[in-house]
Design a protein around this ligand. Structure first.
Ligand SMILES: Cc1cc2nc3c(=O)[nH]c(=O)nc-3n(C[C@H](O)[C@H](O)[C@H](O)COP(=O)(O)OP(=O)(O)OC[C@H]3O[C@@H](n4cnc5c(N)ncnc54)[C@H](O)[C@@H]3O)c2cc1C
Length: 446
């Protein structure tokens, strides 16, 4: 009889953290299967000609003390803490203001600042009266910040990054994602520049060497039983067999699943109709990264800039050299640009690079005398899950059904949530500990 294995599917930060927690909990036999040739998933980096680009710029936080201790231990001094230098470009006024918009209105045209404050007062009064019962993200932005802030920046930006109308989205994901400065702080930021930063990303860490991939690589070095280049093709639930694209098969007992949740419809032929329908209904967007190497020292001293106006094909531009100087060869610069797309709004790839370079010249980030060494594009799909109005129900339905089948779906795409790296690490760790604790209580198998 084939011996059954306990398996972790996927060696991104969630899968690696789960496997590491099993090891620490005394269970060394868990096997990790990963389709790529190296660990790290979405937290990997691309290196070309001495330039390092992450798969979408990544900055590091620690959601809890245990994750922070692990990150410190893994990076062993290979990181530095930095204060965020993030700005918003307003092409209509040819100026930059600090991120987040709502906390730094100073410098914008007087009438726009006045409109934002007047509408903020109305929204704040409405909330105080209890007249705040938003049904979707559009209503949440209007009800929390007022129409002017919502319409001038937040809604156009949301459309750009999420690729769908904010009225089609829930708002139960905004914690730690959308800074919500109080009224006094908005006023202070409208009156002057000399105000403290707000929001969870005000300070962050980034590896000194190796790009963001330094983190999963260090964790991967501590985890046993990782099988690379093994792409899961089918889960035969009745037989409890995993089939891989190289023709190999593994009999499994329990599985920790960190692959995208919607893939369950394709991976599990025996999934019931309602699970398949829920998978098909999950929405997500992708990011096309446009990575540009420039033979010029120090293009900017900022970390990243948001672009909310339609004149620009991208919503965010980052300067990797300011995350770490090791991300570029000495005396050179680079730009990491993110273009959001989805089935609702496919990216028009033809001429995208030219449109991007033109837009960078319009914003005076690139000048005619700058020599572009190369431009690469790298798609990330899925990149962000979309919190449509059926998200909570569909995700719960799929994950509960998987749980009953001995498959624990965790991580950014297994839970189908807006998880950062620290959240993903915690998610994998907690899933493993939960499985271990149920085994102890229940005798053997959870
Ligand atoms: C554009 C972008 C920017 C981000 N910025 C930040 C940031 O600034 N800060 C932050 O903290 N977080 C950021 N994140 C989030 C962060 O990348 C994730 O939270 C984290 O990497 C998720 O890890 P995971 O292991 O859950 O998923 P993944 O990294 O997706 O890991 C899943 C693994 O499963 C593997 N896999 C998939 N299909 C198969 C298959 N069929 N067979 C076998 N293996 C398979 C994949 O190759 C992958 O290695 C960002 C994400 C994106 C997309």
């Amino acid at each position: 009889m084939t011996e059954r294995q306990d398996v972790v599917l996927g060696a991104g930060l969630t899968g690696l953290s789960a496997a590491f927690a099993f090891q620490q909990g005394g269970e060394d036999h868990w096997q990790v299967y990963e389709q790529a040739e190296r660990v790290g998933g979405h937290a990997r980096s691309i290196v070309r000609d001495g330039y390092t680009f992450d798969y979408g710029p990544h900055i590091l936080f620690a959601a809890d003390a245990e994750t922070e201790d692990l990150i410190r231990d893994l990076l062993a001094g290979n990181f530095r803490a930095q204060e965020r230098q993030a700005f918003i470009y307003h092409h209509a006024y040819d100026l930059y203001t600090r991120f987040p918009f709502q906390a730094h209105l100073h410098g914008l045209p007087r009438q726009l600042v006045a409109d934002c404050l007047i509408d903020l007062v109305a929204a704040t009064e409405g909330r105080a009266r209890g007249a705040f019962a938003p049904a979707n993200y559009d209503e949440w932005m209007r009800g929390f910040f007022g129409n002017a802030i919502a319409e001038h920046l937040m809604i156009p930006y949301a459309r750009k990054v999420w690729t769908v109308e904010p009225s089609e989205m829930d708002f139960n994901w905004i914690d730690r994602r959308v800074p919500t400065p109080d009224f006094a702080r908005v006023i202070a930021g409208a009156l002057g520049d000399d105000v403290e930063q707000v929001g969870a990303t005000a300070d962050f860490w980034y590896p000194l060497e190796g790009g963001i991939e330094a983190l999963p690589r260090a964790l991967g070095e501590r985890v046993h039983g990782i099988h690379l280049n093994r792409s899961l093709e089918r889960i035969d639930l009745p037989e409890r067999m995993l089939h891989f694209s190289d023709g190999s098969a593994v009999a499994f007992d329990h599985a920790v699943y960190t692959l995208p949740l919607h893939k369950i419809a394709d991976l599990v032929p025996s999934a019931p109709r309602e699970v398949v329908d829920a998978c098909t209904a999950l929405r997500y967007q992708g990011i096309l990264c446009v990575n540009i190497a420039v033979d010029t020292p120090s293009l900017s001293d900022l970390h990243w800039v948001y672009f909310y106006e339609d004149d620009f094909p991208f919503h965010r531009l980052s300067f990797p050299a300011n995350f770490s100087p090791a991300n570029v060869p000495s005396g050179k610069s680079s730009l990491s640009i993110e273009v959001a797309y989805s089935p609702d709004r496919p990216v028009d790839v033809d001429g995208l690079v030219e449109r991007t370079l033109d837009a960078l010249r319009t914003a005076r980030i690139l000048h005619d005398d700058h020599v572009v060494e190369f431009v690469d594009t790298a798609p990330i799909l899925p990149a962000y899950v979309i919190y449509d109005l059926h998200h909570t129900r569909n995700v719960a339905l799929i994950r509960e059904w998987l749980g009953e089948s001995g498959i624990t779906a965790v991580g950014r795409f297994g839970e189908w949530q807006y998880l950062n790296m620290d959240h993903s690490m915690r998610s994998g760790r907690e899933a493993a500990r939960d499985i271990l604790s149920r085994r102890v209580v229940g005798g053997r198998r959870a």
